[in-house]
Design a protein around this ligand. Sequence first.
Ligand code: BGC
Length: 339
Amino acid sequence: MKKTTVFLLAGIVLFCMAVAAGLLLRTEQKDESNGTIKIGVAIYYGDDTFISNVTNSLSDIVAKYEQETGVRLYLGTADAQGKQETQNNQIERFLALDYDVLAVNLVDRTNAAYIIDKAMAKNVPVIFFNREPVQADLQKWDRLCYIGTDAVENGRLEGSIVVDAYHADRAALDKNGDGILQYIMIEGEIRHQDAVIRTEESIQAIRDAGIAVEKLDGGIADWERSQAAALAEQYFREYGDQIEVIICNNDDMALGVIDTIDRLGLDFRSVVGIDGTPQGLKAVQEGRMLGTVVIDYQAHAELIFQAAYALATGQRAEDVMQVGQDRSIRAPMYVVKSE
Ligand code: BGC
């Protein structure tokens, strides 16, 4: 009697689980018969301005492509909220749901191997973007690639904005006339390749142009506007008029510096950034920033889509675009300066 009840209960539980799984699969899994291509996008942090510009642009591109060609596409996105463990689970879920290709914006760029192993086991190609895995990981498989900008060029172009402003109006930049540019550096995340390289190269480009520099101070603001605003407040209070230029690894942090300039009622315009976000470009147009290096986020998203589509349809990324020896595809960039 007892045994029968247990079997009955177990049966009911199993039945419910099967129904639930079936429902889940029906809504989320690829329907083989209609040939939908499923692209799984995993991002490190949804609040990041640059990343959300890229992902929004990617959904527009996908929608347009579907409309124009009739090819059925499904874009699933997952935000890790800055936690690698969450992202690992999200990737496993995409794989369990038979996604055809993954586009991954790693939380921790040294964690690629874990994701690559899981994806390789299911023969699902992976495009990493914006947060670059190390070469040893990227070279593991020819169905992997990286899409990002060239951080050396980002940094050098940012430096060139300062050099041009210096040549155009030396007195406006070298305010104390000592022939040395006293600067503050505001950096992105400590382990992000773009932050480290942009910091070095922007300064190197200024030095290479024959301009002497002196670092007054600097700090890490994790790409975030509010953190940069707080740092800038501290620096303006400590160094005041000694500050001649503030170099930021991205536009959001430059905008944070400008927030502080406004709050303190200062007239300081020698701020530079990178990204060319709509808000960054507006600040440049209004003359509140010397300039920015525009990383074309639409072109960035277009490259991700082209690579994803090629890989999901059995082609290689190199069949449709230029892929370097290092398995990277570089998105274009250009400078925009204030008048
Ligand atoms: C962008 C930053 C962004 C970061 C996120 C950088 O390449 O310039 O704006 O916050 O990537 O990983």
